[in-house]
Write a protein that binds this ligand. Structure first.
Ligand code: ATP
Ligand code: MG
Length: 680
């Protein structure tokens, strides 16, 4: 039995050995085996073990590390590792429960049963001590040592190791705190990396402190390349945006004022390869002690912008189709309409050029409408030979939509012509009118190919073009048939007038002469003479009426002496004074002269019937390829085209000739009837 206390030098050596281990250990797992060895070797004991709780409640302990000196105790180490000691059981359990060091002078003679006494005995181990490893107020673990010699309790040694237990406990506490920080950092990094947004932390100087994985992916740098660099230089395009960022940060650091901190904005960001893209940026300043830190949350909104643009594009295309449809319905002249369609389809599909062609049936096509945004193009009126395999010849052959994404390999003079204008891609759709191929609507670009569904979209415009052509055709046919009607009825009037003049009128004149002569020969029968004179007068009246009738049908004076003479004759018969201002000697086409004459007749008849006028004025003048006919009175006004058939008939006649009739007749302010007739 060793009774003398351990040498102070040994205790000191032990303390130094422990201090060295603690100074150099990398963590708990590295420190514990080395501490057991350092203490065991310094004290020259034979076995050491570290006991740690099995669970958070600390209801039991297990042996986490052992140290052995000599092969004899290896089995004891094995036993120790295999047992679990409840709190209060065995030497480590007792120390764990009391929180105080303990000493066993001889395990074999210990008053309480010890779970490992047999194994200790077998290993020749006799004395033991254990001490708590104590961190911030709680026991974290228990360290125990066994010796093969019997040793009386050594208070000095116990005091020393208890103090070492506290140092070790502090070290363990520090390791665990560091571990906690590492784990929470790892958790934070995992969360940040899982985030869809780019998260960039920046210091008050504008330098990047931390980035997440999304930032690496989006900007094309890895984290090491970004951390420590200036955010503005890496992520913001040079120029105004970058300068604004630097100025804004300086201002915020000086005054705390910012347009961006706390206010999400949309900006342009720059990738590692220099390309730019739109981002939505929200910046916060976390309320943390120490120097200022800013967290930027950036979201790449390229896709969202693209979707927005696509939506807007569709809306614009709808609007373009509506505008064309309105123009078609408004019966805009085809020539103007073709230009409009070319422009609307070109703009709607983002093409540099829009064209409408008409196939001529002889292997050529005529350019009917053109729109171009600056690019060189083939002008309206050009005749194109339909050779090769560009869009116009392809549609001509197939009657189906066509496209090319590059002119490469395209043959024919047309392809060469298009190449010279810089065109790269084109899409076209046929204009089918009345079941036949009429022409094509084609868009071209000197840039990228058109999207896959462009054929259908151009097809919508082509359908509107077909409708416009159908309308124009119907209008033309209607106008032609009205002209035919007017011409036929005028011819009929002339024939009737001629028949009356040459036939019935001549006979009546002859009969009237015969009756007058017969009357003169009756000298002896006054009753008969009176009858014959009466018959002669009736015949004269009939002749007058017939002449009047013939004049209304078609005045011979108009054919024989012209418009001025015919109008003057009508004016002479009017009940109010009429001023006539009509050029003399100048002849207009027959149908135009007739229309002008009937306008004046009807207007002056109306003056006589309704106007209560004191005078009227008739003027005919020629200007700008038109004849203007104007009849003005100073009567009561209020003429209404729907009131009778006269003015409506005039309008029909004038419009059939491609002209226009306008009646202006405010109540109490006279009436103006104005006809404008085209003279070709
Ligand atoms: N110069 C005028 N001053 C005042 N009222 C007029 C004048 N001209 C026409 N009107 C009014 O306008 C209506 C329509 O005229 P319109 O010539 O179309 O028909 P109408 O003379 O009544 O019949 P129709 O010409 O077929 O014999 C007339 O009924 C009359 O009330
Ligand atoms: Mg009338």
């Amino acid at each position: 039995m060793r009774n003398e206390p351990t040498d102070v030098a040994v205790l000191l050596r032990t303390e130094h050995a422990v201090a060295r281990v603690l100074a150099s250990a990398q963590g708990e797992d590295d420190a514990h085996p080395r501490l057991l060895a350092a203490i065991g070797e310094a004290l020259a004991w034979n076995f050491g073990a570290l006991w740690t709780p099995t669970d958070a409640r600390g209801s039991a302990l297990r042996c986490a590390h052992t140290w052995v000196s000599g092969a004899a105790v290896a089995a004891f180490a094995e036993t120790s590792r295999s047992v679990t000691l409840a709190a209060g059981t065995g030497l480590p359990g007792e120390v764990w429960q009391t929180g105080r060091p303990a000493w066993i002078a001889d395990a074999a003679e210990h008053p309480r049963s010890l779970p490992r006494s047999h194994a200790a005995d077998a290993a020749g181990l006799r004395s033991a001590f254990a001490f708590p490893v104590r961190g911030a107020g709680e026991v974290l673990a228990v360290m125990e040592f066994f010796a093969a010699t019997r040793a009386a309790p050594d208070e000095e040694l116990l005091a020393t190791v208890t103090s070492l237990g506290s140092q070790i406990g502090q070290f363990v506490g520090r390791c665990r705190a560091e571990q906690d920080v590492r784990e929470s950092d790892a958790r934070k990094t995992a969360i940040l990396n899982a985030a869809f947004d780019c998260i960039v932390t920046m210091d008050g100087e504008g330098n990047i402190v931390e980035v997440n994985a999304a930032t690496e992916r989006t900007f094309g740098y890895n984290a090491e390349e970004m951390v420590g660099r200036e955010l503005a230089e890496l992520m913001i395009p040079p120029g105004k945006l970058r300068d604004d960022h630097r100025r804004g940060l300086r201002l915020y650091m000086d005054t705390g004022a910012s347009r961006i901190v706390g206010h999400p904005v949309e900006l342009t960001a720059m990738r590692a390869d220099g390309s730019t893209f739109p981002v939505e940026l929200a910046v916060t300043r976390p309320d943390l002690p120490g120097p200022a830190l800013f967290c930027g949350y950036l979201r790449d909104v390229t896709e969202r912008r693209r979707a927005e643009r696509a939506l807007q594009g569709m809306a614009e295309e709808q609007a373009a189709l509506r505008r064309v449809a309105t123009a078609v319905a408004a019966e805009v002249e085809p020539e103007r309409l073709f230009g409009l369609i070319a422009e609307e389809v070109g703009r709607a599909l983002d093409a540099g050029i829009g064209n409408i062609l008409r196939y001529s049936g002889d292997g050529t096509a005529l350019v009917m409408g053109v729109w171009s945004e600056g690019a060189g193009t083939i002008p309206v009126g050009t005749t194109l030979d339909l050779d090769g395999d560009t869009i116009a010849p392809t549609i001509w052959r197939t009657h189906r939509p066509a496209r090319y994404d590059s002119l490469e390999g395209k043959t024919g003079a047309l392809a060469d012509q298009l190449r010279s204008t810089g065109i790269k891609a084109a899409v076209g759709a046929p204009v089918i009118f009345g079941g036949d191929l009429w022409g094509a609507v084609i868009i071209s670009s000197d840039d990228a190919p058109f999207p896959p569904e462009a054929e259908f979209r151009v097809g919508d415009f082509a359908d509107l073009a077909a409708q416009a052509i159908a309308n124009a055709q119907a209008r033309k046919e209607l106008a032609a048939s009205r002209v035919r009607i007017v011409e036929a009825s005028d011819a009929e009037r002339r024939r009737l007038e001629r028949n009356l003049h040459d036939g019935a009128q001549q006979r009546l004149v002859a009969t009237s002469l015969a009756v007058r002569m017969a009357a003169r020969r009756v000298t002896d029968n006054p009753a008969l003479r009176t009858m014959l004179d009466g018959a002669g007068d009736e015949l004269t009246l009939a002749l007058e009426e017939l002449r009047e009738l013939a004049r209304g049908l078609h005045p011979a004076v108009l054919s024989d002496h012209g418009l001025c003479a015919a109008i003057e004759a009508v004016a002479d018969r009017a009940p109010v004074p009429v001023t006539v201002d009509v050029p003399v000697g100048e002849r207009l086409p027959e149908t135009i002269e007739a229309a002008a004459y009937f306008v004046v007749c009807e207007a002056l008849t109306n003056v006589a019937k309704y106007a209560h006028a004191s005078e009227a004025r008739v003027r005919v003048e020629r200007s700008d390829g038109h004849a203007q006919v104007e009849v003005v009175d100073d009567g009561v006004g209020g003429a209404d085209e729907s009131g009778g058939s006269g003015l409506r008939g005039l309008a029909d006649r004038v419009e059939a000739l491609g002209g226009r009739l306008v009646v202006t007749s405010p109540a109490g302010q006279g009436t103006t009837v104005r006809a404008q007739l085209p003279v070709c």
